[in-house]
Design a protein around this ligand. Structure first.
Ligand code: NZQ
Ligand code: ZN
Length: 390
């Protein structure tokens, strides 16, 4: 049953092999000063940096460099970015990279004209901006987070061992435009490609595994999951298969641009567990999710049995004849595990550097969500982390 909700998405997307051309169409809408945000150098090695700079220059823009955004951007880097934006009165934050650059750009955007401490205001108190955001544009080079078309921003504070995501309420915080060229993702190392694929899959699961009603969003989710599984296998064989890489890119965007959350309570518990691991180990986001997923889903399966049965039948084509609902549901998770192993994902926390003595701290760093099939106690969270160690 669908309830009452709002839906608006302000991001204009340009998709396809020639999509960077459209930067020429977007740039005239903003002032002269552009803060060019990027990561640790992949865009310089694969030539995307040169292409973007050429377009910026031919549009008469003044470029203020802001490179070195690390995977899992830190609060210290955020303060640095805010200073660059303030000092140079930037009119546009143009990020060229993955979710980390895009998330960081949004965090800078809401902080430039704000007098309060952004970590405290946005990531501890979860307040909404009361100052004018600086517009954000994105050229996406890594697929997974959906940050290119949502208002989410995840920042890590290593000092306090917290990795916190704020999904801003206003669609004004979403990028004004995002350029999605699947070819730009060809140079991703395999481990990043598959981590992104699992991130996408889990975003869909987080929204799908909630509620017991008949909801259109769940049917859309099943379609997205089937397409992703199919394309992932092709991309694994041949990373330059344009059709597969473009389908993966498009699925990522729809997996987390708020559409499939409509009418759903949504879970997000796997992300809370994974983000706590990220705060402790700085591990790749998608891998942290992969390492905790099966212990979590196996644990909550009895509480959401009918949905896990449906997942097995609709997404994994499990033949249900002669099986109980529980056997069908478990067979679905087995099929999911086989696929995860096929991709070569990290399947345990030990490989990510987690040790038994971290479990107490990890549990404390894990917020408890209430929208899924089981509200976990601290003890249950510790048990899931422990089961994820091996
Ligand atoms: O730093 P560079 O040189 O750019 O290298 C990156 C980085 O090492 C590299 N890379 C990106 N594009 C490439 C490439 N290497 C070669 N060729 C390319 N075309 O890939 C590495 C990972 O990049 P990153 O941006 O960190 O990955 P991702 O897109 O997975 O973003 C992860 C961040 O997003 C947050 C995560 O928590 C994490 O901090 N998330 C944001 C969400 C949102 N806004 O809604 C939701 C997600 O659940 C997630 O939490
Ligand atoms: Zn994610």
């Amino acid at each position: 049953m669908l309830g009452n909700f709002e839906f608006a998405n302000k991001t204009k997307l340009y998709f396809g092999e020639n999509s960077l051309e459209f930067l020429n169409q977007e740039l005239p809408k903003y002032g002269k000063n552009v803060q060019l945000i990027y990561g640790s150098g992949s865009i310089k090695r694969n030539g995307i940096y040169d292409k973007v700079v050429e377009i910026l220059k031919s549009n008469g823009k003044e470029i203020f460099e802001d490179g070195g955004v690390m995977p899992n951007p830190t609060v210290e880097k955020l303060y640095e970015g805010i200073e660059i934006a303030r000092k140079n009165h930037v009119d546009l934050l143009l990020c060229v990279g993955g979710g980390s650059c895009c998330d960081y750009a949004k965090a800078v955007s809401v902080s430039v004209h704000c007098t309060e401490d952004p970590w405290e205001k946005y990531f501890l108190k979860f307040e909404e901006p009361d100052c004018e955001p600086v517009p954000v544009g994105c050229v996406l080079t890594m697929v997974g987070t959906g940050s290119e078309m949502n208002a989410g921003s995840v920042i890590t504070n290593h000092q306090t061992k917290q990795k916190i995501g704020h999904v801003f309420a206003s669609e004004e915080i979403m990028p004004k435009f995002s350029i999605l060229n699947p070819v730009f993702t060809y140079t991703l190392p395999k481990n990043q490609m598959v981590a992104g694929i699992y991130d996408i899959f889990n975003h869909i699961c987080e929204q799908y595994f909630s509620g017991e009603d008949d909801n259109t969003s769940d049917y859309i989710s099943e379609g997205l999951m089937k397409s992703l599984i199919h394309s992932s296998r092709i991309a694994l064989e041949n990373p330059t298969d344009y059709e597969a890489r473009s389908n993966i890119m498009w699925t990522a965007t729809w997996a987390l641009n708020t559409l499939i959350a409509k009418g759903k309570s949504t879970d997000w518990m796997v992300h809370m567990l994974g983000q706590a691991v990220g705060a402790y180990t700085d591990a790749t986001h998608g891998m942290t999710l992969a390492a905790v997923s099966l212990p979590y889903y196996k644990y909550i399966l009895p509480y959401g049995l009918q949905k896990f049965k449906r997942f097995a039948e609709e997404v994994w084509n499990i033949d249900s004849s002669g099986k109980t609902a529980e056997q069908i549901a478990l067979a679905g998770l087995d099929a999911m595990e086989d696929w995860m192993r096929e991709l070569g994902l990290v399947m345990n926390l030990t490989e990510l550097g987690v040790t038994e003595d971290m479990l107490e701290g990890l549990t404390k760093s894990t917020p408890v969500m209430t929208g899924g099939y089981k509200v976990l106690s601290a003890e249950e969270i510790t048990n899931i982390f422990r089961a994820s160690l091996h």
